[in-house]
Design a protein around this ligand. Structure first.
Ligand code: SF4
Length: 342
């Protein structure tokens, strides 16, 4: 994870190392606009058969990390590793290879499914282009994939508009599986679905992982969504990872003040505890938020503008990575510096 924790593992299907991403600045009169950093120095990894949850609020850089793995966004520093192949830059041939090994499922499958093609052709086209499958061979593989994602042959000849949101997401998953990837980036893949459909898709993803050992990067702003299926969690704020660790530890004993804030926003059945958490959250949000400045700043802690515990040192020195009891680490000056890992 970020801060140099842990060594790359041969079992990793995808990893990033000190990854930075920046987008073109907005061009204005007499100015070309300077690049806008979205991700700063993020190191993470996901092993075969593992789910890494990446959580954080909108604009934290989660999706940029996921897309950088596929070469879809401008990487300005660091490296991406896919199945042991390390890339500091990517040729179009590299991107083509990566997109066979790493797939992405988006929040809105409707926009990525060709509305003029029936479901069987949407999936079949991937098999034709990538494996040269034709005729009966292709049809039978499409049926297999549909079965794997819980769709029947009745759905094969239907158009995207004839499906529900959950069914469309199943088609998107079938299309991703057609390439037999080692990892799938699920970018808010269940966020737009109702709770019971969310649960069905999460069950499907878990079942597929058990069956084929695919690794998932589960990107979500909603912690409840990733809690159930993640083995490990990375919490991002302002383009950086601020905490990581085993999912159970991060949820039960969040170490970083930002993770505590995120968890305070998750609805819980106890109204007294919920009021207490919301009051703590209001206190946090009441302090001036300056994430965009923090994202671009090299100095100090990115969360300092919102943190109720901020100290002078938080504006000057980047917080050290400190191991947390129960596993993982947090980047915060509050923790004992003698335990700093970097
Ligand atoms: Fe708050 Fe400082 Fe810790 Fe950042 S380093 S989370 S500002 S206490």
């Amino acid at each position: 994870m970020s801060g140099g924790l842990g060594l790359p593992n041969p079992a990793d299907v995808v990893a990033t190392e000190d990854l930075s991403v920046a987008y073109e600045g907005q061009r204005r009169l007499l100015s070309t606009g300077s690049p806008r950093p979205a991700v700063r120095g993020v190191s993470l990894r996901c092993a075969r058969g593992e789910t890494l949850g990446i959580v954080g609020e909108s604009g934290a850089g989660k999706s940029s990390v996921g897309r950088a793995l596929l070469g879809l966004v401008p990487v300005t520093g660091g490296a991406v590793t896919v199945e042991g192949r390390r890339f500091t830059s990517m040729s179009s041939g590299d991107r083509k290879w990566i997109r066979r090994r790493v797939q992405i499922v988006y929040q809105d499958p409707y926009s990525s499914l060709n509305p003029s093609m029936v479901a069987a052709d949407i999936v079949g086209e991937v098999l034709r282009v990538n494996f040269g499958l034709k005729g009966n061979e292709r049809r039978s593989r499409v049926r297999e994939l549909f079965e794997q994602v819980g769709l029947s042959s009745y759905h094969l000849e239907r158009y995207p508009y004839e499906f529900s949101g959950g069914q469309r997401q199943r088609i998107a998953i079938a299309r991703a599986l057609a390439l037999e990837p080692s990892a799938i980036v699920c970018d808010e893949a269940v966020s737009a679905l109702d709770v019971s459909t969310q649960a069905q898709i999460i069950n499907l993803l878990e079942h597929l992982q058990d069956a084929i050992g695919v690794g998932y990067l589960m990107i979500a702003h909603d912690l409840a969504v990733v809690r159930h299926m993640s083995h490990r969690i990375a919490v991002m704020f302002a383009g950086r990872i601020v905490e990581e660790g085993p999912a159970e530890r991060v949820y039960s004993q969040p170490a970083h003040p930002y993770t505590q804030e995120l968890l305070a926003a998750v609805p819980i059945p106890d109204p007294v505890e919920q009021r207490r958490r919301r009051a703590a959250r209001r206190k946090l949000l009441g302090t001036a938020a300056t994430e965009s400045a923090a994202i671009g700043s090299e100095q100090g802690c990115p969360f300092r503008g919102r943190c109720p515990y901020a100290m002078e040192v938080c504006s000057i020195e980047p917080p050290p990575w400190v191991a947390v009891d129960g596993g993982g680490a947090s980047a915060c000056h509050l923790d004992d510096r003698t335990a700093a890992l970097s």
